[in-house]
Design a protein around this ligand. Structure first.
Ligand code: SF4
Ligand code: SF4
Length: 189
């Protein structure tokens, strides 16, 4: 498999393993480019490449272009495309696999979202539910951008005013969901 000819891929993209797309290529190998996935997708209007085009790019091995696009990150896991694909392809799982690769390889365009979701899940793992203020504090610390908390300040104050979020002391939690999270990690998808 070869990378596409995107002119100036970032160093992180240049370091992508040659077989980064291989599992996704297996998932969509039987695509007949009918376009049903694009027609079914509620988010296609906002994507830079339609789902149908994305699967073509996957099969062409265009990893640099794919991992600079917003398409798979805008997938909201609604499963419409998966349910309607005439070839029965696991398209939602394929979108998830691209998200997982972007997160694992720490690719810059997706870093903010990846860290946000990671800290959200860490909070659920520790407490069995999300503790909003604690989760956002961990997220800000991981992002190391002193301006970031200010962009969330008015939303935070609004939520606190409505009793939807409260100041909390940091806590390790009871780890009630630890076994569940560990079992999923052990699946090694
Ligand atoms: S619906 Fe299935 S076969 Fe049709 S373009 Fe999409 S992935 Fe390919
Ligand atoms: S699962 Fe993702 S790609 Fe498929 S239709 Fe839903 S939002 Fe679109």
């Amino acid at each position: 498999m070869s990378h596409d000819a995107t002119e100036h891929p970032s160093p992180a993209l240049q370091k992508l393993p040659e077989d980064a797309l291989a599992p996704v290529q297996e998932m969509v190998r039987a695509c007949i480019q009918c376009g049903t996935c694009t027609a079914s997708c509620p988010n296609a209007f906002a994507m830079d490449h339609t789902p149908r085009k994305l699967w073509r790019m996957v099969l062409m091995g265009q990893s640099a272009a794919i991992f600079q696009s917003r398409t798979f990150y805008l997938c909201s896991t609604c499963y419409f495309c998966t349910l309607r694909c005439p070839r029965g392809l696991p398209l939602t799982e394929a979108m998830d696999a691209l998200k997982a690769t972007a997160g694992r390889e720490n690719l810059k365009p997706y870093r903010r979202s990846s860290r946000f979701y990671k800290q959200f899940l860490n909070s659920v793992r520790r407490h069995g539910r999300v503790r909003e203020v604690e989760f956002m504090t961990h997220y800000f610390m991981e992002m190391k951008d002193p301006r970031l908390p200010f962009s969330y300040a008015s939303l935070g104050l609004k939520l606190m005013g409505k009793g939807k979020a409260a100041l909390q002391l940091p806590s390790k939690g009871e780890g009630k969901l630890e076994g569940l999270f560990q079992a999923v990690e052990d699946q090694k998808f």
